[in-house]
Write a protein that binds this ligand. Structure first.
Ligand SMILES: [Zn+2]
Length: 404
């Protein structure tokens, strides 16, 4: 496939468009896309999809931008996506500073570079006048980061039609070319709130104290022996409660993050969390039972990302490895929490890959990106797209039964 005239033309486009892709990268990055406020960046992408001749360009109810590039057959189809949102709040200065080959701004790498690569893929296919067997659906998703809880990918795959018609899903996220994320790192997040009557620290001494109970729960929870394999982690990232040194508080809360490559391990960890909170509240109630007061508690889920994997020997992962090696890239399989978590949990083959170039200080105000070498990432993406969707008249890598 490397030798076909189509591929040569697309590769030439990728080489020649380097500077204009950088310009577009700066444009995209300078359109703020805070969590839950991606609409301005979405609008830009929507315009570009229309300009590039994609069909049925639309914004769905959740805010995802969708555009299609028809193939000879309409199903099953390939979805290529990149997330629009950043971790940065409204008002963050997102102007891009350009020094030598380095572009610096919050969100420049995660994920402005993914968004422009999605656009560049459509442009490269057009430049080569390629017709594919399979339809390609381009999606710029919302809500990939943090509290967004993959709401864009979730909305995309709640449509039962989408589920049954997707042969594979590729998410473009961040720089680099080595990493092929085929395993989905699951996470579950809870806010635990303990509450009681509250009162005076001296006058009401002896009544139940939510902070004391929370402390007992934290002590027990932090002793959990998380396994190294399957890798599992936990973190209490926020504690809140109380208002005065001489008042027994009415409320105390903590926000807990639990992650594992195995969903059974997350289930175990969640069960442990529930148990230690129960025990801590019971202990506090027992110790203060003479006062006739008692504590209440509740656990609210504030995040849930499923785990799972696209097998290393699946057609999708094998194709991604082969396309990487064809370009001299030695790929590495990887585990992370990305938009691919959702299709993977539904049994749809999905991977997340980098788009080339290098970056640093991700998720910080000093985030930077260097686009030198991005061609390699874009060429790999182009080859992978063609190998999954097939040039018209040539065989495709996927069987129609989606047997992965
Ligand atoms: Zn990202």
């Amino acid at each position: 496939m490397l030798r076909t005239e189509y591929v040569r033309q697309a590769f030439r486009f990728i080489d020649e468009a380097h500077a204009s892709i950088d310009d577009e990268l700066i444009r995209v990055c300078e359109i703020p896309a805070p969590p839950f406020q991606e609409f301005a960046r979405a609008e830009y992408v929507q315009e570009r999809f229309v300009q590039l001749g994609l069909t049925s360009v639309r914004v769905d109810n959740e805010g995802n931008v969708i555009g299609e590039r028809p193939g000879l057959s309409s199903n099953p189809r390939l979805i290529v996506s990149a997330h629009l949102d950043t971790v940065f709040p409204e008002g963050t200065d997102v102007r891009v500073k350009r020094e030598a080959g380095r572009l610096s701004a919050p969100g420049i790498s995660d994920n402005s570079c993914g968004v422009v690569s999605l656009i560049a893929l459509a442009a490269a296919l057009n430049a080569a006048r390629v017709t594919t067997e399979r339809r390609i659906v381009f999606v710029a998703t919302v809500g990939e980061e943090g509290e967004g809880n993959l709401r864009g990918a979730r909305a995309l795959f709640t449509n039962p039609e989408v589920q049954s018609e997707v042969a594979a899903f590729i998410s473009l996220d961040g720089p680099g070319v080595e990493r092929i994320t085929n395993r989905a790192l699951g996470s579950r997040r809870y806010r635990v709130t303990i509450s009681g009557p509250g009162g005076h620290s001296w006058g009401d001494f002896g009544i139940v104290n939510p902070i004391h109970a929370l402390g007992r729960a934290i002590g027990r929870f932090a002793a959990y022996p998380a396994p190294l394999a399957p890798r599992t982690s936990y973190n209490i990232g926020i504690i809140e409660g109380g208002g005065s040194v001489n008042a027994v508080p009415q409320n105390a809360s903590m926000v807990v993050d639990m992650r594992s490559v195995s969903s059974e391990e997350i289930d175990k960890l969640e069960a442990y969390l529930r148990r230690v909170v129960d025990i801590a509240v019971r202990e506090e109630n027992l110790q203060r039972s003479m006062s006739g007061t008692s504590l209440d508690h509740k656990l609210e889920q504030v995040g849930d990302r499923p785990s799972g994997e696209t097998p290393a020997d699946s057609t999708l992962v094998r194709a991604a490895m082969a396309c990487s090696r064809a370009l001299g890239i030695e790929p590495r399989l990887d585990c992370a929490s990305t938009d691919s978590n959702i299709p993977i949990s539904l049994g749809i083959p999905a991977i997340t890959i980098g788009v080339g170039g290098i970056s640093g200080a991700c998720h910080s105000l000093t985030e930077w990106y260097e686009s030198a070498g991005r061609e390699l990432g874009l060429k790999r993406l182009l080859l992978l797209t063609l190998s999954l969707c097939g040039l018209a008249g040539e065989p495709v890598a996927f069987s129609t039964t989606a047997d992965d």
